[in-house]
Design a protein around this ligand. Sequence first.
Ligand code: BES
Ligand code: MN
Ligand code: ZN
Length: 532
Amino acid sequence: MEFSVKSRSAAAPRTACLVLGVYENGKLPATTAAIDRTTDGYLSKIIKGGDLEGQPGQSLLLHAVPGIPCQRLLLVGAGPEGTLNDRAYGKLLGCTFSTLASSGTREAMFQLAELEVEGRDTAWKLSQTIAVGQQSLYRFDRLKTALARPVLRGVSPSLEKSRAPKRPALRRVCLLVERKELAKAKKTLAQAAATAHGVDLAQDLANLPANICTPNYLLKEARKIARGHKSVTVRALNEAAMKKLGMGALLSVAQGSRTPPQLIIIQYKGAAARQKPVALIGKGVTFDSGGISLKPGAAMDEMKFDMCGAATVLGTMAAVAEMKLPLNLVALIPATENLPDGNASKPGDVVTTLSGQTVEILNTDAEGRLILCDTLSYAARFKPELMIDVATLTGACMVALGGHPSGLFSNHPPLAAALLKAGTYSQDRAWELPLWDEYQDQLKSNFADMANIGGRHGGAITAAAFLSRFATHTHWAHLDIAGTAWKSGAKKGATGRPVPLLTRFLLEHCGVLARDGLMSRSTGRARGTLGQ
Ligand code: BES
Ligand code: MN
Ligand code: ZN
């Protein structure tokens, strides 16, 4: 999909499909009203006829409307004037893209940045348009072949349709803005497109099955990013290197599998060498069977998604490199399988972590924290200004928050606040949970410094409390994405979250928005918005 921006002129543009908003109760936004006049009231007549009430999520596709050079006109409901909020605007965009996708049009022009959304400017509306467009047009069909099609053709149309995914017909979308906003809109567009590419990459990697997407495959993908950008370099620690360093926790997970683990290290240099990097750490369990504490069989296939943290860190890295952000970034990805081999860790085993602290493994299914704890310790070598880990860490997080926000934990309130803000802006929200000392007691072990599980209560929090013991060297935040990284059921598949949140956070953090004048003067500072 290709997006562009253009300044809007008074006359209707020549296009295969012009998309216009319509308020509820027959009221028309300025541009829609102007086109209505050009068409001699054709649009208002149709609306008065009751074909479109104007609620968000409703649309009406018109062909060959007289008096304008557009093959089609798509009218989309925008609710009562002045009532659009973030969610309703998202719904309106979703409806627009799904209607366009099934209409057969290859190209469209959107006149939707004109609609007022409470508290949002043009940049936000454009970013959302691209984000929603990417999501609604995303397909993962590379593992489906055309082989089944000739047999099915003509036999059962519904079966044929389900087996033969078509590429979306919509190829080009042009977003119309006011002339004075054009320069700014172009920058926004480039940033939003880079984010969308990052989301796309994260979704593709996460959707791949575990027999294809192995730790080595993730390493190759990291190298692919490096090949595309001079500013990115990649190296990796293999099992021998991990042993030498003393990463006993990470190794204890990897030893249950015959597929070798990798600790992937990706560095992006976009600022002076003396500038401390931001560290992103992504859980890369390419398949989580639970190990000896084996998971039940139902929906176990979804544990191929246990590398979504890694996928989103790679997606964010790709987006940052594409945007050439003025910051330094290091991504660390512990990648391994968690399987029940004869050599696998057993409940009760005690391991020594890279930090020197010992851990009693009471449940081999709590493996994410084991691979992350050594990686958090290892991150200290890069002297990061702050670090953020992203992990499909606990089913308990899904129980606590459902599937809408990611769980957020931090040892530094300004960092938590900045991440929450970035999530709200990008519609990839997080919600903070407490990381109080009281929870640490649940990790007591009779045989080691700590246990790797904390009992039934507050499971997402005790997992974060465990990680916090290895993140004492810098500002740190943890995103538990167990509920947000993928969808189950008929629409099973990766979401690419939280690439939008992380990318927005980094954009705000490095100060380019303030420099471009895209941020309000009261909140925009050149750098270092997190305090000390
Ligand atoms: N990868 C899982 C968490 C998970 C489970 C995410 C289901 C999404 C859906 C993680 O490694 C795990 O197994 N966690 C255990 C921890 C428990 C043993 C303390 C869990 O959540 O059950
Ligand atoms: Mn597990
Ligand atoms: Zn896991």
